[in-house]
Design a protein around this ligand. Structure first.
Ligand code: BGC
Length: 253
């Protein structure tokens, strides 16, 4: 095995854009991460400028850079815009970020990145076989589906219908805050959401991630669902780690 395998990972989110070099032997950040507020409106050029600032801050880390984005990404191109500016639809994010940074950039969906990190370095190691679904609970609800450890990219299970709403409109972590829901009230919504998704994909394990997973003890015991539940262990760093992993593997392929 190579001695050093450090790759820069960047996680583009609705409120912040965070990056750090990741040691891919251990799945850990090797330097303090840099976080910059997402520019208001999160328009493509403004986001690319922030990505470039993060890349230049960690200019000593060579090689390809991995970058998450909260949308469906096909071949580096953004195809949806649920929680970001519509201007992104059809934008080749990989090309835009490469032009802004003068580096090779691999772009993937944020939940797919978080899931890849969990599968490789986190709770996924306890569940190497079967169907594992990672749900990221944040501004929206992201999903990443794995079969025997292999990702089925760009599942958008946060957009499954739930009555008049979608799963993410009803049960995202942001909804708990906006509506000032109690933990039991939000847990009831999240159970409904997981059950609606379960009826479609019947996962063996559901891994709950996103910032709110730090408070897992407040809501996980209240969930009434069929699949085995697990809490993400990489927490806020999963996106950065998964982005770096994707860049490294893409480069090697
Ligand atoms: C987007 C997904 C994303 C999720 C979490 C959803 O609204 O459609 O692509 O993974 O939010 O950010």
């Amino acid at each position: 095995m190579e001695q050093s395998r450090t790759v820069l990972g960047i996680d583009v989110g609705g409120s912040g854009i965070k990056g750090a070099p990741v040691d891919l032997r251990r799945g850990e950040l090797v330097e303090e991460r840099l976080r910059i507020d997402t520019p208001p409106g999160a328009e493509p050029d403004a986001v690319a400028e922030v990505v470039a600032r993060i890349v230049s801050h960690f200019g000593h880390v060579g090689g390809p850079v991995g970058c998450t984005f909260p949308a469906v990404i096909l071949g580096g191109v953004v195809r949806t815009a649920a929680n970001v500016s519509e201007a992104w639809i059809g934008t080749d994010a990989a090309a835009l970020f490469a032009a802004a940074t003068d580096r090779e950039i691999v772009v993937l969906n944020d939940a797919d990145a978080a899931g890849r990190a969990e599968v490789r370095f986190g709770v996924g190691r306890d569940h190497p076989r079967g169907v594992l679904l990672m749900l990221t609970l944040g501004t929206g609800i992201g999903s990443a589906l794995f079969v025997d450890g292999r990702l089925v990219p760009n599942t958008e299970l946060g957009h499954v219908s739930l009555g008049d709403e979608t799963v993410e409109e009803r049960a995202a972590a942001s909804v708990r805050k906006e509506k000032d829901l109690s933990w039991p009230a939000w847990a009831a919504r999240l159970s409904e959401a997981i059950n609606a998704i379960d009826a479609l994909v019947w996962p063996d394990v559901v891994v709950l991630g996103g910032g709110v997973s730090r408070k897992a003890e407040k809501f996980v015991p209240l969930l009434d669902v069929r699949p085995t539940l697990a809490t993400a262990v990489l927490r806020n760093e999963a996106g950065i780690v998964g982005a770096a992993l994707a860049a490294h593997e893409h480069h090697r392929a």
